[in-house]
Structure formats: C-alpha cells, structure tokens
Design a binder for this molecule. Structure first.
Ligand code: UDP
Length: 423
C-alpha cells in the first residue's frame, strides 16, 4: 500500500466495482442464460479459466464462457469476486511490461486506466505514469472519473484499426500528428524554415518557423475562407487541439498521438526554453494581460527569460514598431495571441521580418495564463468538455463558435464526408 494511502479508497472502489458488476450481470442475464443452455446442449462446462498476464507481469486467471455470446463478459464474475477491478492495471500485452513492485497493490482491471488515458488523448502520460498517477492520487472521485471516461471512450472513440501517420489532411488542412516533445523540439530548434513553406511574397529575409494550433473553430473558419486555409497550410507545423479535432481525425481513421493545446504545451516548452537559455516574447491580448501572463510564467518557471511583452490592440499599434520591438528584444520564440484568423495572417504577413526562431499563434492563451479567464477543471478537459466551460463563461461571445460551430463541424466530418464518399 502507498505510504499515505488511506485504506478506505480500495474498499470504496471495491464496493463500486461490485455494484456496477451486479448491474452489468443483471443486464446480461438473458445472454448468460442462453450461454449456459448452449453449454449444457454441447455437453461442455459453461465457464473456463483463461490465464493472462497484466503489464506488471502478474498472472491473472479470468473466467470466459465456453459457448454462446460475449464470451469475455464472464470476467464480470472476477470483478464481483474481487480478483479483478473494473478499472486498473492493463491486461493488454501490447503495452509491453513494466517492472515495478511498488505498483503491486493495484489490481489488474477489466478496463485499462492507461488505455483510457491514451484514447482520450491525455497529455502524454506513459502507461507507467498513468499507474503512478492513479496510485498517488487514488480517490473515489478519480475512480468515478475513470468510469465516466471509460463510458465516454466507448461511446465516442470506439473505432478500431486506426493508424497514426506523421501528418494527415482534414478539410484541406494539413495537421501534423506530433507528440508534445516533438513540437517543443521544433519550436526551440535553430533550424531555418524549410523551402516549401518559405515566403512566396518574394521578400528576402529568412522566414521564421510558424506553429499553429488547429481546433474546430479554425477548421470552420478555414472551410469557406481559402486565404485562411492557405495561411494555415504554409505553417511549418499545425498541431491538433481539442476533442473535436480528435473526433475529426477519427473520421479519417487517424489516431492522434497527443492532444497539444497551448496551455498544456507551455510547461514543457518553458522548461526547454530555460534549459537552452532561450527567451520568450508575448504579443497580444488586452493591455496588461500579456504582462500578467509573463509574470505567471516566470513564477512557475524560475530562470525563464521574458524578452518583452506587447498588448494586441492592433488599431492602436504601428505594425512596423511592433516588429521592430520584437526584433530589438532578441527573443527566440514569439507567442502571438490575437485570435483566429487574425493571428495566423499576422504571422504569415510578418514572418520574413521577424528575427525569432519560431512564432506561435496561441489564441486566448494569455487570458488563461494570467488567470483572467479560469480554465476548466481537469476532469472536464479530459472528457473533451472544455468548450462547455468556456460557453458558460462567455455565453454570448462563444454561442456561434460552439453551439453552431461544433454540430456543424461534426455534421461535415461524419455525415457530409461519408455521403460524399458513398456517392
Ligand atoms: N485579441 C487581441 N487583439 C485583437 C483581437 C483579439 O489581442 O484585435 C486577443 C483577445 O484579447 C484574446 C485573444 O486575442 O486574448 C483571442 O482569444 P480567443 O480565445 O478568442 O482566441 P481564438 O480561439 O479565437 O484563437
């Protein structure tokens, strides 16, 4: 048992498992009765024990029906008897095996916690990290969270046979299927822009690298805006942000490797900037917000160099002066928070003059970092429901984006595309 682990948690989890297993068995009882009769008919024992290894290398003996439907559903008997938990250590050998004796108080689970985290795209946790997180944070709330996520996964992310290509195209927009660390490497690297994404505007300067986040809103905006689509496709890297794009990727049989939104990327990016002694410039948002965001970043990342900040009220600014100030600061990475599609166009229009390694379009990031707009709680983000939280915060401003935009996106991704493919 974990040192500070109150013993009540496993007991509560066990009670919850028992209750849920009983409900499931009750619902399955007609099927199980049929299985029983079929076994008798074929002169077979109804149940057999199969032996499987969990990822901690432990042997698990699991019930299975010999005849009939849903043979593996008999494992609910293991859950009811307490030898398996409903959510726990993975039985999936595809995850390899982990040699950690200190995790042995965690039971193997009918559903794998690590697999659920991966399917839902939770911020780059390895199987081992998922288990350690579960052990350290163990609570009935967390367990309920897994149940909710498990249901959510099976309803929304059920597709099998997914591939994970390096990049793919969704509604004509190239999306790079990067892991968080890959994105951070590209942002920090001192490599020049690649020729195919270079400036077609004939300017002689070496264009800085451009990184964009693609969410449902940017896809909707680009759907009927060719100039914006072109701007997005000329970036060096476009990162998938949010559960909507994850679903859109699924409609193309693509599994996203990570969910990389600006807020989740920042801790890893800042750590790397500190390690390499590179500096950051924050351009955008209402007056005062970029400075507050910079202060928050400096507090959470000691040693981080903030080269400068500038608010983003474009009508009050002289563009040449903004570019000159960014260059004079000798910043290595510039975050641009002007909202879509303004920020992506701004970066494209100025990339040959900006002397930074990379410019990143970050939307409302400074509002979150500064604490001006609170972020959704982790459980909502994990379930892909951050947009609900933002809609509640600013119902009038976000109404069109979410209430009209989200169903429109899903309709285009799943109905329109399918009917076009069928015809
Ligand atoms: N903004 C700005 N100048 C403008 C318009 C917007 O600096 O002329 C800022 C605004 O204050 C906010 C961010 O751009 O901080 C847009 O946030 P939003 O979440 O709407 O970004 P999106 O998701 O549209 O990219």
């Amino acid at each position: 048992m974990h040192k500070n682990q109150p013993s009540i948690q496993p007991k509560l989890e066990r009670l919850l498992d028992l209750a849920l297993a009983c409900v499931a068995m009750l619902m399955l009882s007609p099927v199980w009765l049929t299985n029983l009769l079929m076994s008798v008919w074929h002169h077979k024992l109804p149940l057999v024990m199969t032996v499987q290894q969990d990822v901690l290398g432990r042997e698990q003996r699991i019930y299975q029906w010999q005849r009939g439907f849903f043979p593996t559903s008999a494992a609910l008997l293991n859950v009811a008897s307490g030898s398996l938990s409903l959510f726990g250590v993975s039985l999936n050998s595809g995850f390899g095996s982990i040699a950690r004796v200190d995790l042995h108080d965690l039971k193997a689970g009918l559903y794998s916690i690590a697999e659920i985290q991966q399917r839902i795209g939770l911020i780059g946790l390895s199987v081992e990290q998922s288990m350690l997180h579960h052990q350290a944070q163990r609570s009935i709330g967390l367990y309920l969270n897994y149940i909710l996520k498990g249901l959510f996964c099976s309803l929304l992310y059920r597709t099998t046979d997914l591939r994970a290509p390096a990049s793919f195209t969704l509604f004509g927009i190239r999306i790079d299927n990067f892991r968080m660390a890959q994105a951070v490497d590209l942002i920090c690297a001192d490599t020049p822009d690649t020729p195919d994404t270079g400036s077609p505007d004939g300017l002689s300067g070496r264009p800085c690298k451009v990184v964009n986040f693609i969410n449902v809103n940017s896809i909707n905006l680009a759907y009927s805006n060719r100039a914006f689509k072109n701007a997005l496709n000329r970036a060096n890297c476009t990162l998938a942000d949010g559960s909507g794009v994850r679903l859109g990727a699924r409609s193309m049989q693509v599994q996203l490797k990570d969910n990389i939104n600006g807020t989740d990327l920042m801790p890893m990016l800042c750590a790397e900037l500190v390690a390499r002694k590179l500096s950051l410039y924050l351009f955008g948002s209402a007056p005062g917000v970029a400075q507050k965001a910079a202060d928050a970043l400096k507090a959470s990342h000691p040693g981080l160099i903030i080269a400068g900040v500038q608010h983003g009220r474009l009508t009050e600014l002289d563009n040449d002066q903004v570019v000159a100030a960014i260059n004079a600061s000798q910043a290595d990475v510039c975050l641009v928070a002007l909202g879509s599609p303004v920020q992506e166009h701004w970066i494209m229009a100025n990339r040959t003059r900006l002397e930074v390694r990379t410019a990143i379009a970050v939307g409302g990031l400074f509002d979150f970092l500064s604490g001006n707009i609170p972020r959704a709680p982790l459980w909502m983000r994990e379930l892909g429901l951050e947009w609900v939280f933002r809609l509640i915060q600013e119902p009038r401003v976000k109404f069109t984006r979410y209430v009209i935009g989200n169903p429109l996106f899903l309709w285009r991704a799943f109905v329109l595309k399918k009917s076009q493919a069928d015809s």
